[in-house]
Design a protein around this ligand. Structure first.
Ligand SMILES: [Zn+2]
Ligand SMILES: [Zn+2]
Length: 311
């Protein structure tokens, strides 16, 4: 993949890509740091829960995990790294996916940490922005050095209800440019934290390289349960039409910048499996949320209108 600013990545539609859907969690802990179970038990727990891959992201430490790959289940190394924040906010929590370098992130500048993750072939994700109290000022100096942020962190919902970071994701998409939205468990406990939020990745093949390539390109969506089955963004004259198909939903939200977009509820207590939004031109981007009858959500990555209109 060509190097370049990660906030200028073109939209890749996972629903029109060849390959297979793989379910994975990109944030979990074991007894290598403050998790309650061994790495072996952590990988087994996700495998038995029906996942296709898990990235083990213990605090400040990485290590080999290939011994936990079995029967098509992908065990991916990683870490959660904690450099200081020189920009006014609290210390960073940065996930390094598919990263094996033993770096001392607490002694490094955050920029050096993000550069080391890139140089090591990893993918950097900013964890739980709301839980960390982070604002755009904590991200702006680092633009282009990370791939995404956690729009939903399941573990934070148990701690103090700071799981949902839609607000800062939207602010980022509008003011700082594209970045991808991840949902993850941040599992610490044995079972109670497993299976609350994950990503669905459109991978060419069932191997770690294909999963990482797909994540790097944004060919995935985040979810607490609902499935997205089709998404199109097409040009219609000088307008863009976005269409989505999904598992039965109480509502579909097409979210653009500030007040643009539309919330569409099902009528007469029914459920939606299809929704269309005709862009007005003031959206800048649209990302789609599916909300099921239980209130569980799925989040697609953003579609920038300029990618479709070619302007
Ligand atoms: Zn954290
Ligand atoms: Zn964590």
């Amino acid at each position: 993949m060509a190097e370049g600013l990660l906030n200028q990545m073109p939209f890749v539609n996972p629903f029109s890509e060849p390959g297979t859907w793989l379910r994975g969690n990109t944030h979990a802990h074991s007894t290598r740091s403050d998790g309650e179970v061994s790495p072996e038990a952590r990988f087994a727990g996700y495998r038995e829960a029906g996942y296709d891959f898990l990235v083990l992201t213990d605090h400040d430490v990485t290590g080999a995990v290939e011994q936990f790959c079995t029967d098509g289940f992908l065990a991916i190394p990683g870490a959660e790294l904690h450099p200081e924040n020189p920009y006014g906010g609290d210390r960073y929590h940065i996930l390094a996916l598919n990263f094996l370098e033993p770096i001392d992130a607490r002694a490094m500048h955050v920029r050096e940490v993000l550069e080391a993750i890139q140089a090591g072939g990893g993918i950097a994700v900013m964890a739980h922005p709301y839980w960390s109290g982070h604002q755009l000022s904590d991200y702006e100096p680092l633009r282009g050095l990370y791939h995404g942020l956690e729009v939903f962190n399941y573990g934070a919902s148990f701690l103090n209800g700071t799981a949902n970071a839609e607000l800062i994701w939207d602010a980022h998409l509008d003011r700082l440019g594209s970045t991808f939205g991840f949902a993850a468990d941040d599992a610490h406990r044995a079972d109670a934290d497993v299976g609350g939020a994950w990503i669905m990745v459109r991978a060419e093949k069932r191997d770690i390289a294909s999963v990482m390539t797909a994540i790097r390109r944004g060919a995935f969506y985040a979810t607490q349960g609902p499935s997205v089955t089709a998404l199109t963004g097409v040009r219609d004259g000088d307008r863009v039409r976005i269409e989505v198909r999904c598992t039965p939903a109480a509502a579909v939200r097409f979210k653009g910048r500030t007040f643009s977009g539309r919330w569409q509820g099902a009528s007469d207590g029914g459920l939606l499996e299809h929704a269309v939004y005709e862009c007005r031109g003031n959206e800048k981007y649209i990302r789609v949320e599916i909300i099921d009858a239980l209130g569980h959500k799925a989040w697609t990555n953003p579609i920038y209108l300029s990618d479709i209109l070619g302007s």
